[in-house]
Design a protein around this ligand. Sequence first.
Ligand SMILES: Cc1ncc(C[n+]2csc(CCOP(=O)(O)OP(=O)(O)O)c2C)c(N)n1
Ligand code: SF4
Ligand SMILES: [Mg+2]
Length: 351
Amino acid sequence: MTYIAKPKFHHPSLPKNELGYTHRDYEGSVSTLCAGCGHDSITGAIIQACFELSIEPHRVAKISGIGCSSKTPTYFLGNSHGFNSVHGRMPSVLTGANLANRDLIYMGVSGDGDSASIGLGQFAHALRRGVNMVYIVENNGVYGLTKGQFSATADRGSKSKRGVINNDNAIDLVAMALQLGATFVARSFSGDKKQLVPLIRAAIEHEGAAFIDVISPCVAFNNHQGSTKSFDYVREHNEAVNRLDFITGRAQIAVEYGPGEVAIVEQHDGTKLALHKLAADYDPTDRQRAMAFLQERAAAGEIVTGLLYVDREPEDLHAHLNTVAAPLNTLGEKQLCPGAATLDKINAGLR
Ligand SMILES: Cc1ncc(C[n+]2csc(CCOP(=O)(O)OP(=O)(O)O)c2C)c(N)n1
Ligand code: SF4
Ligand SMILES: [Mg+2]
């Protein structure tokens, strides 16, 4: 993978967060993506979200697959753990790491080819198991890295750069995530940092499977007329269900919203989502309604963005499996080998 190290110096008056870190402490190497690529804006939003939440970089594990999108973890959180895995295999690598050590914040970064084509099965099982993670798909409707073939999220009837029409039906990862039981489901647009940053912050604090589909135009292969993932198309068809800000239970942050405009969604860990509702009757805690609304608006040619669904009391894979809380590498021999007497008891119970 190509990368260019960023110089360490920064302006002395850069703002600092609660830990005394600046933005620079959350950056990575210089991006080698095409200038104007939507993925770089998502990188910027992740950096901003982690800076604002005062996350210690060593507490984050960034895991990705293969693609331009999957290269991006090199460009943020340079002091975090990272693993650039195999095409479509990010979810299983992340699940394994999470099972071994639940103390880290898991950030899975993937592309539409990575998650909706070769990795569709992996995507589905990680979500249905409730792995505690932030799963971001940087969705441009093409295989950017391999020169712009349609991916499985390309809309039927959309046109490739070379003029070919896509006749296959599109997979909507948000609809799938809702059906599969993800406890936090959102969609955003790389060009809308105001919406994306609070969504990422909320997803990080959510203690379950959080999925964000981010429409992210590929300026090299999918930003022309006839594409439904171009900057112009998304701006014209964006239907935001809510305007978001995110308040952590620990640090009270003042939010500038007028009376009557905010709905507070409280999660079981005390964190709160403040929603500025555009659609008067939109309820982000109703999974069935979210699925129906998504289909309704898609039929009208709209791309719904915002927080589609959140479960206030999510359960994760560890709760389902009743696993030990301590990271596995901290367990001693005594805990790992309970002795012959215990083994005999287990064997007797199986006879
Ligand atoms: C097993 C395997 N099959 C195919 C490839 C070739 N390949 C590399 S990236 C890619 C698609 C990437 O598309 P996407 O995940 O949408 O990322 P983007 O580049 O669009 O961000 C493919 C097919 C590969 N690296 N490994
Ligand atoms: S090919 Fe497309 S997805 Fe890849 S870096 Fe360039 S603009 Fe971004
Ligand atoms: Mg892609």
